[in-house]
Design a binder for this molecule. Structure first.
Ligand code: AMP
Length: 416
């Protein structure tokens, strides 16, 4: 199915070409016609599947057909779990809307897009809204802060998008949802995107819409299928040495290394920098300017290794990551999928390597079960796993990752 079959307006077709999109991705082929038909959808789509353009293109098409007169009014609202994803989606609206209103196609104009994120002045963001805007992309927390100031008119919203809805649930969005729905007009088109379907998602979906089409490209597994997944058994104290060994042997161009917490991220980045690697850390404690700078350095390939927490595992459009390393395992199987979705994007091949010791065996089995994969354990000469597996006691604490503790949820919230 070519892009031309959607009958997008000429300016949008031009943007598709200038972004070098030749064929719709599988998720785009499924969601675009439904969105253009004004249907409510819930789509299971992973990062790297092209889902952002999958909703941005048809929304720009619908929006540009009926812009209305006078000052711009907020017609499109997109909520996301992270600042980076917010900025990235706002940028996608700008770049795919870049040719709307070119003089030769006079029926529309470029959309005015505003992103609302924490860590930047709320006053400036309010000012941008009040100047007139068509599309708001926001993190849920900052959106509600701005709503609280009662200076944003949401009565014209026609399209509501919840992106990475499963991630939003883990940061407590279900409690904020009522506050959001309360301020939106009841007549609107709802689009939900999520990589996984925890049972809670069904109840969230039913609070948002009663008539929803479910879309899935599950069996195609676009990102995971392109990624070679490896598991290396190693003792925790040897992981850093093993990482250096792999960097030398495999000659990875750009790698993302996931750590359990912010402190570990800073410590290891410092250590690697000291021994001459091009490395830095990226996490929620850095201020927005630092985060933007580090991310740009990595995207521009001026940084080879980015040590990070789960903050960047979702949604971020970092292309060409040749390898993702799970230095520490993610807590949940869903996060595993999101982390490895950073590599093997848009058809490119990638590699994901998880380090596991005795203590992580059970947890990794759970990840394999939930992700429906079975991987062979490797050991690397010089870094072999030594010592004995811990003896299982009866009535031990539940397996890590089965659910998130209250403390973890709060911690995650604090890191956004
Ligand atoms: P996303 O899953 O939305 O984060 O998109 C992943 C990457 O795929 C982004 O760099 C997009 O620009 C790119 N992309 C989206 N749609 C297409 C397409 N039809 N063909 C090629 N690349 C695409």
């Amino acid at each position: 199915m070519p892009f031309t079959s959607f009958n997008f307006s000429v300016p949008l077709q031009k943007a598709i070409k200038s972004n070098n999109y030749t064929q719709p991705t599988p998720i785009q082929a499924k969601v675009i016609p439904q969105i253009l038909n004004k249907k409510d959808i819930i789509a299971q789509a992973q990062t790297g599947s092209g889902k952002s353009a999958g909703f941005v293109l048809p929304l720009l098409e619908l929006w540009s057909r009926d812009i209305g007169e006078g000052k711009a009014k907020i017609k499109v609202l997109v909520l996301t779990p992270t600042r980076e994803l917010t900025q990235q989606i706002a940028q996608t609206f700008v770049s795919l809307g870049a040719f709307l209103g070119e003089t030769s196609y006079s029926f529309a104009r470029k959309p005015k897009v505003v992103s609302l994120i924490g860590g930047e002045s709320i006053g400036d963001q309010l000012f941008e809204i009040q100047k007139g805007c068509d599309i708001v992309v926001a993190t849920a927390g900052r959106f509600l802060d701005v709503v609280g100031k009662k200076q944003m008119n949401l009565s014209f919203v026609e399209y509501f998008v919840l992106d990475e809805a499963d991630k939003m649930l883990t940061i407590g969005f279900d409690k904020e949802l009522d506050g959001v729905l309360e301020v939106l007009p009841s007549q609107r088109q709802n689009l939900l995107f999520s990589a996984t379907y925890p049972p809670k998602m069904q109840s969230i979906a039913s609070r948002i819409t009663s008539d929803v089409i479910e879309i899935s490209v599950d069996n195609e597994q676009p990102t995971v299928a392109e990624t070679t997944q490896r598991v290396i058994e190693v003792n925790p104290h040897n992981r850093s040495g093993l990482l250096r060994y792999l960097l030398k042997k495999e000659k990875f161009k750009q790698i993302l290394v996931f750590m359990a917490n912010k402190r570990a991220t800073d410590n290891i980045a410092r250590k690697f920098k000291k021994i001459g690697f091009s490395a830095d850390s990226f996490h929620g404690d850095l201020d927005q300017e630092d985060r933007n700078y580090t991310l740009k350095q990595f995207k521009d390939k001026k940084l080879q290794i980015l040590f990070t927490t789960d903050l960047v595992s979702r949604g971020l459009d970092i292309e060409d990551v040749s390898c993702v390393i799970n230095f520490d395992l993610p807590r949940s199987p869903a996060d595993y999928i999101h982390r490895i979705g950073r590599t093997g994007r848009a058809g490119k091949s990638g590699m994901a390597i998880s380090f596991i010791g005795h203590d992580e065996q059970e947890h990794f089995k759970l990840i394999e079960k939930r992700s429906q994969i079975k991987l062979t354990r490797e050991q690397i000469k010089g870094f072999e796993l030594t010592g004995d597996a811990p003896i299982k006691e009866r009535g031990k604490a539940p397996i890590k990752g089965k659910g998130k503790s209250k403390k973890d949820k709060l911690r995650e919230q604090a890191s956004l």
